[in-house]
Design a protein around this ligand. Structure first.
Ligand code: NAD
Ligand code: DAU
Length: 347
């Protein structure tokens, strides 16, 4: 098979591409516009396989898509604007990339009768209380502009299936962690800040819960859905890894041997979803996928990666991104209450 992987220079797309080249005989074409989040270092060495090609271009540009899709058998769309905080300060680009982009890709896939896989997210379902789970049948109820743009794409996938007969499937996964994640997301930000001796800015009361999964398990789930998923279906992806943000902080600080004093409680994210938790029975029972990475081992490996590859993230954190981040962080600090003393982890 020859796969078009869009957004393949980002965190999850690159993991999927590395796995595909290592574990299969497939050819891969990556189409990526290399935004601040795209990084060719994530794909280093893959040319040597003779089965990998990189095309720089946007999924919103039909000509770039035409060039990249030539000869492909399926399209997997990882490309997106992905950071919730950025969607609050600049929602426009999220609508452009996350809604218009999938439309362009689906039109191209439909013309050629190719399978289309949309990499979606659990955030499309909104927020849960302390109990219960998101099912594939749970109504979409997104909170942030990011989540709304991803939900819009999911609805558009449904419309392309119903109206044009597109062969499409959707995956909806929880929070990923692992190597090569851009250090604006919770886990890589907190690991690298702790390594640098900087504060860890915990939003609100720090008790928001996310459903964590190692990126390699997510990539294997996407492969499973690509090969076995039923046209028109969405599949939740979860390893049952519910943890709140204080627990994540504690694990990171424990492994690094750093003090809790580094944690700084800051103003909450507007519209901050309280809890995500997915029921992935469909993926497990119908398609036979099972997660392979236990959280403790996955977290240790992730911390080892950031400890051993400082040049990968120091270059990012010393660049233009940090100007953006420092401004946002300074604003949150200015808006926040003084640091509560002696805060421990509350479960
Ligand atoms: P990322 O931000 O690390 O990477 C996104 C990639 O998309 C980058 O390489 C970027 O250059 C590329 N891109 C952005 N706009 C583009 C455009 N117009 N044309 C072509 N390429 C473009 O994101 P990620 O964390 O790897 O997420 C990948 C996908 O998985 C996204 O669709 C996201 O919504 C979804 N997802 C992410 C998570 C998570 O925890 N990170 C969880 C569930 C679902
Ligand atoms: O659930 C899947 C989603 O997970 C993906 O669709 C998104 O692309 C991905 O960015 C992620 O979204 P979150 O908003 O959950 O991830 P983030 O790492 O930004 O935040 C995780 C939790 O940590 C959330 O409750 C907010 C909190 N947080 C985050 C940052 C960056 C902090 O307390 N402090 C921080 O500095």
């Amino acid at each position: 098979m020859k796969l078009l992987v869009t957004g393949g220079a980002g965190f999850i797309g690159a993991c999927f591409v590395r796995q595909t080249i290592a574990d299969t005989n497939d050819e891969v074409v990556v189409l990526d516009s290399l935004t601040y989040a795209g990084n060719l270092e994530n794909l280093a060495g893959l040319e040597e396989s003779g089965r990998f090609k990189f095309v720089r271009g946007s999924i919103c540009d039909p000509e770039a898509v035409e060039e990249a899709i030539e000869g492909c058998d399926a399209v997997l769309n990882f490309a997106a604007e992905t950071h919730v905080d950025r969607s609050i300060t600049d929602p426009g680009i999220f609508v452009e990339t996350n809604v218009q982009g999938p439309r362009v890709l689906m039109s191209a896939a439909q013309t050629r009768k190719l399978r289309y896989l949309q990499v979606s997210t659990d955030e499309v379902y909104g927020s849960l209380g302390p109990d219960g789970y998101f099912y594939e049948t749970t109504p979409l109820d997104p909170s942030s502009p990011y989540a709304a743009s991803k939900a819009s794409a999911d609805l558009l996938v449904g419309a392309y299936i119903t109206t044009f007969g597109l062969d499409a499937v959707i995956t909806r996964c929880g929070n990923n962690y692992g190597p090569y994640q851009f250090p604006e997301k919770l886990i890589p930000l907190f690991i690298t800040n702790a390594l640098e001796g900087r504060e860890l800015p915990l939003y609100g009361d720090g008790l928001n819960v996310r459903d964590w999964i190692h990126v390699e398990d997510h990539a294997r789930a996407i492969r499973t859905v690509l090969e076995k998923g039923e046209t028109g279906k969405a599949y939740n992806v979860s390893a049952g890894g519910e943890l709140n943000n204080r627990q994540i902080c504690e694990r990171i600080l424990e492994i690094l041997g750093k003090p809790w004093d580094l944690v700084r409680f800051v103003d909450d994210r507007p519209g901050h979803d309280r809890r995500y938790a997915l029921d992935a029975t469909l993926l497990r029972t119908e398609l036979g996928w099972e997660p392979q990475v236990r959280f403790d081992a996955g977290m240790q490996g992730t911390i080892d990666f950031y400890r051993d590859n400082t040049q990968w993230w120091e270059r990012i954190k010393s660049g233009e991104y940090m100007n953006y981040y420092d401004r946002m962080y300074a604003q949150r600090l200015a808006d926040s209450d003084p640091q509560p003393s002696g805060q421990g982890v509350h479960t």
